[in-house]
Design a protein around this ligand. Structure first.
Ligand SMILES: [Zn+2]
Length: 336
């Protein structure tokens, strides 16, 4: 676990915050781009074939209402889980039987705990690893951070770390809201007449990314493989890769029809053209890195100079662009 300073979290740091947000009883609300006024946390968007997009405060939720059950994709944060449930209940009283996590980040899995008593949590094999050892990790690393926070007089950090330590001391392994059904490459869920396919993709945002395709409805949830007209976040510390983004998106494009509806991890529901723009951004960045390297530049020189003005309108250009550029450079050096 890297240094944690909840009060200073920015959006990319917040989406990188894995275990902490997922594992603590009262996760600190992260100041991300989803902040809305009280009462405006949620927005529900019906799509086709019984699939809905639910915008909240973390990664977008998708859910499917079948003839006998509801299948959810991602769970945002625990503190807004009652609101998430209320939104689903506003369209159906069918039981929520399955919750699929697209990847392990806390803004997609933080609400798992609220659903685990009735929903089977499903995710790629890699997702149990970051959630299960978290109490040990918290107990090993946080006491020192707590002392530092106390010395610095940072009350918010102190509270956050104390809550995490208290939780880690008493939690039992079966209480941790980790996935209970995991898979290696693909999995299908059959609910009524719908077949929901879950595909693991090459490492891109993390090394545990999955997309969820509602085949009959023709809607795909991309998780954080797709930020709609946002600069993506490549979580290199979790196995993410810029080249992997191209491979992952290409895998999806090869398998879905051109008129598919696309739910991104962040940003508004989109179409395939939007997803292709996201791919193009990563491709252009990799090309810029290749050109700089061929011209004899160092990584530092590349990072200082790189600019892709055509993407300046994307959300997060200031916050995340250089991080993506760094990942792109490392990829072309290590995986040319
Ligand atoms: Zn993420």
């Amino acid at each position: 676990m890297r240094k944690l300073r909840p009060a200073l979290l920015t959006a990319p740091a917040a989406v990188a915050l894995v275990v902490l947000v997922a594992a603590t009883p009262n996760p600190t609300p992260t100041p991300d781009h989803h902040d809305r006024k009280p009462g405006e946390t949620f927005r529900l968007q019906p799509l086709s074939g019984g699939v809905y997009a639910l915008y909240g405060r973390g990664g977008n939720i998708g859910f499917f209402v079948g003839s006998d059950a509801v299948v959810m994709v991602d769970s945002e944060f625990k503190d807004i889980a009652p609101g998430i449930l209320a939104q689903i209940r506003s369209v159906t009283d069918k039981p929520i039987k399955y919750l699929v996590n697209t990847h392990h980040h806390g803004d997609h899995t933080g609400g798992n705990e609220a659903f685990q008593s009735f929903a089977v949590i499903i995710a790629h094999d890699t997702l149990r690893r970051p959630t299960l050892p978290s109490p040990q990790r918290i107990l090993a690393e946080y006491p020192k951070e707590l002392e530092e926070a106390k010395k610095a007089g940072n009350a918010e950090d102190v509270q956050f770390l104390e809550d995490a330590i208290a939780w880690a001391k008493k939690v039992k392994v079966e209480e941790i809201a980790a996935p209970v059904v995991t898979f290696d490459s693909e999995l299908r869920i059959h609910v009524g007449g719908e077949t929901i396919e879950v595909w693991h993709t090459p490492p891109a945002h993390t090394d545990g990314d999955s997309v969820i395709y509602f085949t009959k409805a023709n809607v795909i949830h991309m998780g954080d493989l797709y930020f709609h007209d946002w600069i993506p976040f490549i979580d290199v510390s979790s196995g993410g890769s810029a080249l992997g983004y191209l491979a992952a998106i290409d895998k999806v494009i090869a398998r879905v029809p051109p008129n598919v509806t696309v739910i991104p991890g962040h940003g508004e529901v989109s179409d395939l053209a939007g997803l292709k723009r996201a791919r193009q951004f990563v491709a252009d960045l990799l090309e810029a890195a290749r050109v700089a390297r061929a011209a004899g530049k160092t990584k530092e020189q590349f990072l200082a100079a790189v600019d892709l003005p055509q993407y300046q309108g994307f959300d997060g250009y200031k916050d995340r662009f250089k991080g993506c550029a760094s990942a792109a450079w490392d990829d072309i050096v290590t995986k040319p």
